[in-house]
Design a protein around this ligand. Structure first.
Ligand code: ATP
Length: 306
């Protein structure tokens, strides 16, 4: 009986935690993706950030010892710059964001922020410093205003509106009969993937973290939505130390450095034009995506104007 009771009790606990509302969306994300093996050291310090440099130093990582995922990955995101990670599906791109957020610990090497190993600081201070716009945003069953204000619970109505406007979702919210008081989520208005992502961006704009991780949605978006989201992401990334886990190469053209991950190592790195000129994996991926985008645009045009 106890064997059944314990997991049920745990589910009840997790459910209650979610219902009670957590400090922010990342907390929800943590709860769903929780790894109980990750604990603060007894002497863990608060993360202190003066120049938010993010670094991966010879990082090795696997989920399963038989399948290495990262094999000696080193790179740095200088303060205020944007670095993009690209690579084939399954290359380990999202794993990089999970290691920064400390959902998992590295096997060897280290991940550091402003020179402090993420394993030496409290998880609360680490997560307070990082804003994450995940691939799939989970919204709370509450109003749009509540969902945005999660980024900073003491934000004024005006600040919530300003964040929504900067995230390119303000006009959409104003067009709803109940505006910011519209209920969203399972029992309310269903938002599209792109709309939900813009709500997450608005929330992150309010939180104003020194470090940003943008994990792009893999799902295809239409060109118009993609442009709107891109513009919202550019706004939130401006002046922040930003790592973009990119699935659509159109979003990385302006990155300060692009890292191409393949088979657990950095296969190529450089700016967009340099990588195109070197005609390697990045150039192949770029050409393939451009052809696919052109083909889908032609198809769309033919459907609209038969
Ligand atoms: P995509 O572009 O498809 O999102 P990605 O490059 O972001 O892929 P990751 O999500 O980092 O890839 O995953 C890298 C590899 O690790 C994949 O082969 C995946 O199956 C595996 N993997 C991811 N999460 C886990 C996990 N929790 N346990 C075991 N293996 C995992």
């Amino acid at each position: 009986m106890m064997q059944i009771y314990r997991p049920l009790n745990q589910i009840g606990f997790v459910y209650r935690e979610i219902r009670q509302g957590l400090a922010d969306i990342e907390a929800m994300f943590i709860l769903l993706d929780q790894n109980p093996e990750i604990e603060d050291k007894p002497d863990a310090n608060q993360l202190e950030i003066s120049g938010p440099v993010l670094s991966f130093e010879d990082v090795y990582f696997h989920y399963d010892p038989d399948r290495p995922i990262l094999k000696g990955v080193s790179f740095e995101v200088p303060a205020g710059k944007t670095i993009a990670v690209v690579g084939p599906s399954g290359a380990g791109k999202s794993t990089i964001s999970r290691l920064i957020y400390r959902f998992y610990d590295v096997i060897s090497g280290r991940v550091a922020i402003d020179g402090q190993d993420v394993r030496d600081v409290t998880q609360a201070s680490l997560r307070a410093a990082i804003g994450m716009v995940p691939q799939d945003t989970v919204l709370f069953n509450d109003t749009i205003a509540y969902n945005i204000r999660y980024g900073r619970p003491d934000a004024t109505d005006e600040e919530v509106r300003e964040a929504a406007r900067m995230a390119q979702i303000g006009d959409f919210i104003d067009s709803l009969p109940n505006g910011y008081e519209t209920q969203v989520g399972e029992r309310g208005l269903k938002l599209s993937g792109g709309e939900k992502q813009r709500v997450a961006i608005a929330r992150t704009i309010l939180k104003a973290p020194p470090i940003l991780i943008l994990d792009e949605a893999t799902s295809a978006l239409d060109t118009h939505t993609e442009r709107e989201i891109q513009s919202a992401l550019d706004t939130v990334a401006r002046g922040r130390t930003t790592l973009v886990i990119a699935h659509r190469l159109s979003t990385v053209v302006d990155a300060d450095e692009i890292i191409v991950l393949r088979d657990g190592v950095i296969a190529e790195r450089g700016r967009h034009n340099e990588l195109l000129a070197s005609n390697g994996l990045y150039a192949q991926m770029w050409n393939r995506q451009r052809e696919a985008a052109e083909a889908s645009e032609r198809l769309r045009a033919a459907q609209e104007d038969p």
